[in-house]
Ligand binder design. Structure first.
Ligand code: IPD
Ligand code: CA
Ligand code: CA
Length: 269
C-alpha cells in the first residue's frame, strides 16, 4: 500500500469512526439490551453489535477485497493476517458504556499483511480521537503527540493495571511479582478500556500498561499509535504480539520495558 492509498484509507476510516461515535452519542440514554458473554461481567449490548455491523457493511461495500476482524462476530472468520484487515472493537469498555455512559472507545486498526498501517481510538463521549498512520506520527484531535521523553524512571511512573492480576488465584502471573511492581512504581490506574489505556500511554499521561488477557481488537489500533511516539509493545514476557489470538501485553516507555520484564513479570504459564 503506497502513501496516498494509506492516507485515503485513513481519511475514510476516520469519517466512519466519527459517524459511528455520533450515532452512539445520539442514543446514549436509550434503554439498553444487555447480555453477557463468557461470564456474568463480560457484557455486550445492542449498541456494540449495531456499531460493528455499521463498520462491516461500510467496509464490505467500499472495499470488497478487505477483511473485517471484529469482536462481535459480524466480520470474517480470520485465520491469517494476509491481506488488508480492519481489526475492530466497536465499543471498548462496554462495562463503562453500560454503567457510566462514558470512558469507552471505538478502536479500529487497519493491518496489511500483518503490518499495522492505521490506528484510530475514539473516546466517544469526550469527542477525542487518537490517530496514527504508520511512519507519520500520532495525533490527538489532529494535534501531533510528542515523542515519549528520553528518560523515565520506574519509581516515577504510573502504570495502568487491572487489580484482578493482584489476586493470588489469578492463573496468569505471580502475584508476588505484581505486588513488588506496585510497590516500586509511583501509582496505578485502571480505566476499563484497553484502547484508552494504550492511547494514554501514547499521550504520555501514564507510562505503561500491563495486562494479561487482551484480544487483537483491544490493541490493534493502540499498537500503531503507541509505536509512532516511540513506545514499545510486546507480550508481558517480551515476545512479539500475535495479532490473531488472546495475548498478554506490556505496552510502555522503552526505558522501562526490560526492567519490568526482568524484575517483576513471572508468568505462571
Ligand atoms: C475490555 C476492556 C477492559 C479490559 C478487558 C477487555 P470490552 O474490552 O478493554 O479494559 O480489561 O480485558 O475485554 O469487552 O469492553 O470490549
Ligand atoms: Ca475490548
Ligand atoms: Ca468491545
Amino acid at each position: 500500500m503506497d502513501k496516498l492509498q494509506r492516507t485515503n484509507l485513513y481519511k475514510q476510516a476516520e469519517e466512519w469512526v466519527l459517524e459511528a461515535g455520533q450515532r452512539i452519542r445520539e442514543k446514549i440514554d436509550d434503554p439498553r439490551t444487555i447480555q453477557t458473554k463468557s461470564n456474568a461481567n463480560d457484557l455486550v449490548t445492542e449498541m456494540d453489535q449495531q456499531t460493528e455491523q455499521f463498520f462491516a457493511e461500510k467496509i464490505r461495500k467500499q472495499y470488497p477485497d478487505h477483511f473485517v476482524f471484529g469482536e462481535e462476530g459480524f466480520g470474517d472468520d480470520i485465520t491469517s493476517l494476509d491481506g488488508t484487515i480492519w481489526i475492530i472493537d466497536p465499543i471498548d469498555g462496554t462495562m463503562n458504556f453500560v454503567h457510566q455512559k462514558r470512558n469507552f472507545a471505538i478502536s479500529v486498526g487497519v493491518y496489511v499483511d500483518g503490518v499495522g498501517e492505521i490506528g484510530l481510538i475514539y473516546n466517544v463521549m469526550e469527542d477525542t480521537i487518537y490517530t496514527a498512520v504508520r511512519g507519520e506520527g500520532a495525533y490527538k484531535n489532529h494535534h501531533r503527540l510528542a515523542q515519549l521523553p528520553k528518560e523515565k524512571q520506574l519509581n516515577q511512573s504510573i502504570f495502568a493495571l487491572n487489580t484482578t492480576w493482584m489476586l493470588p488465584e489469578n492463573p496468569y502471573i505471580s502475584h508476588k511479582g505484581v505486588h513488588d511492581f506496585v510497590k516500586t512504581i509511583r501509582s496505578t490506574r485502571t480505566y476499563g478500556s484497553a484502547a484508552l489505556e494504550f492511547a494514554f500511554v501514547a499521550e504520555g499521561i501514564i507510562d505503561g500498561y500491563l495486562t494479561m488477557t487482551l484480544m487483537p481488537w483491544d490493541i490493534a489500533a493502540g499498537v500503531v499509535i503507541l509505536k509512532e511516539v516511540g513506545g514499545v509493545v510486546t507480550t508481558a514476557d517480551g515476545q512479539d504480539i500475535d495479532m490473531l489470538h488472546q495475548t498478554t501485553v506490556l505496552a510502555c516507555h522503552p526505558e522501562l520495558h526490560n526492567e519490568v520484564i526482568e524484575n517483576f513479570v513471572d508468568l505462571k504459564q
